[in-house]
Design a protein around this ligand. Structure first.
Ligand code: SR1
Ligand code: MG
Length: 414
């Protein structure tokens, strides 16, 4: 008989999970387990469990939004989508995500490999540490997961089954639809912002062109089911240790436009860039490094995507029978450039939205929140807000990655 859902605690975890061979065999006798709750995200419980032979991570969904409390119920089934997304990401880009050791749908928990010595990338960007190959690795992850989850690669029946499966992730999609695309642009009850930003917040909320751009992107998010997205690919969803990189937390996974993941990721680096003056003096070199990571994300994504387009285009879209097999690979290459052009425009727009919602909406970033001086924080955030508006309104004008880097540098130096 299935046990009813019950949230784990530090005290109960070893008793409740200690019989599972997948855990016991890996880390040793549960009598010696040391358990810590380390979740600092907005939604879930996260435990690190260490035994004689090593560690593991237990992530369990709560029936409400942790950030807000029990007044905002949230169904447990998000862990089902996280588990299935992790499996697909592991298959599509091996080594990019933690290994899953056990999944319990009823208890809404996923047991994963412990990433010993890794830290959340956002914290690394606040501390000012550099990680070789970071942008390249993130670009590869985006290209491989986004290409291999799409109709460019998957058999049509498999892609349609996955589209239907992840269409069930309605609760987390609803969070994104409200928090990213709509609430930042009016005085929604849970919004907050740093004192000092009132004038610019009012200006953005009065800007009809901006709100129209946001709603056009929301339409793309809701209607353009290009591929399986991570769905929440910010710098809090990446762990680093030296040059090792792992992507975590795909509970927002859903089919949508490729630029959503890349845009959110790049936006979080742009915000980290804007926040640097709040973390200490002499961060100019570090800011330049952040911009180099953004450049690497896009160039590595685009190069790998083009490689996969040439070598793994086995899905129903742009079939080789029409192009390469008839000596017209130039046409397939042109289609790839066109596809990447659309992803770029989407990336700019989604990046702009992410900059706005992390400053004006409910869910903020530690990059800014950790700046104690409110005046300094507001100054850093204002730059990201201006940048966000420029990206949203300049989707068709910012020609490429060099133009984006120049823009980010110019706005930060004002
Ligand atoms: C209520 S959840 C707020 C945010 O946390 C998650 O990480 C997502 O980014 C979501 O929008
Ligand atoms: Mg998360």
């Amino acid at each position: 008989e299935e046990r009813p859902y019950e949230a784990l605690t530090v005290e109960t975890l070893a008793r409740r999970l200690g019989d599972l061979p997948a855990l016991r065999d890996r880390i040793g006798d549960p009598a010696g387990w040391r358990v810590r709750e380390v979740g600092d995200g907005n939604l879930n419980l996260v435990f690190i469990v260490e035994g004689d032979r090593g560690g593991l991570v237990v992530k369990q969904a709560l029936p409400y939004v942790r950030l807000v409390g029990e007044s905002w119920p949230l169904p447990l089934r998000r862990s089902f989508f996280e588990y299935h997304a992790l499996r697909r990401q592991q298959a599509r880009d091996p080594g990019s995500v933690p290994d899953v050791l056990h999944f319990d749908e009823g208890q809404a928990l996923v047991v994963m490999e412990y990433l010993d010595g890794h830290i959340i990338l956002r914290r690394a960007l606040i501390a000012g540490t550099r990680h070789a190959g970071l942008g390249e690795r993130l670009g590869l992850f985006c290209a491989r997961t986004l290409f291999r989850g799409s109709d460019l690669h998957l058999p049509a029946a498999e892609r349609k089954a996955d589209l239907a499966l992840f269409a069930g992730n309605v609760d987390l999609c609803a969070i994104t639809e409200a928090l990213v695309f709509t609430e930042p642009y009016f005085a929604a009850p849970m919004n907050r912002h740093t004192p000092g930003l009132d004038p610019i917040a009012a200006e953005l909320r009065a800007d009809a062109a901006l709100k129209l751009a946001a709603q056009r992107l929301k339409t793309a998010f809701a209607a353009r089911a290009e591929t399986l997205l991570h769905g929440d690919l910010h710098t809090g969803s990446v762990m680093v240790r030296g040059d090792q990189v792992r992507i975590i937390d795909p509970e927002f996974a859903v089919y949508g436009p490729m630029g959503f993941d890349i845009g959110m990721l790049i936006a979080n680096f742009l915000m980290a860039h804007c926040a640097q003056p709040g973390h200490g003096r002499d961060r100019a070199d570090y800011q330049a490094w952040i911009l180099s990571v953004i450049r690497a994300i896009w160039t590595s994504f685009a190069a790998e995507f083009a490689r996969l387009w040439r070598t793994e285009r086995t899905g129903m879209l742009f079939p080789r029978t029409l192009f390469e097999d008839q000596g017209q690979s130039w046409a397939a290459d042109a289609a790839c450039s066109g596809w990447l052009g659309q992803v770029w425009r989407d990336t700019l727009g989604f990046a702009g939205l992410e900059c706005h919602r992390r400053i004006l909406g409910l869910a903020h970033n530690a990059d800014f929140e950790s700046i104690a001086d409110e005046g300094l924080r507001a100054a850093c955030e204002a730059k990201a807000l201006v940048l966000g508006r420029t990206l949203l309104l300049g989707q068709d004008d910012i020609a490429g990655i060099d133009a984006l880097i120049d823009l980010a540098r110019d706005i930060a130096e004002r």
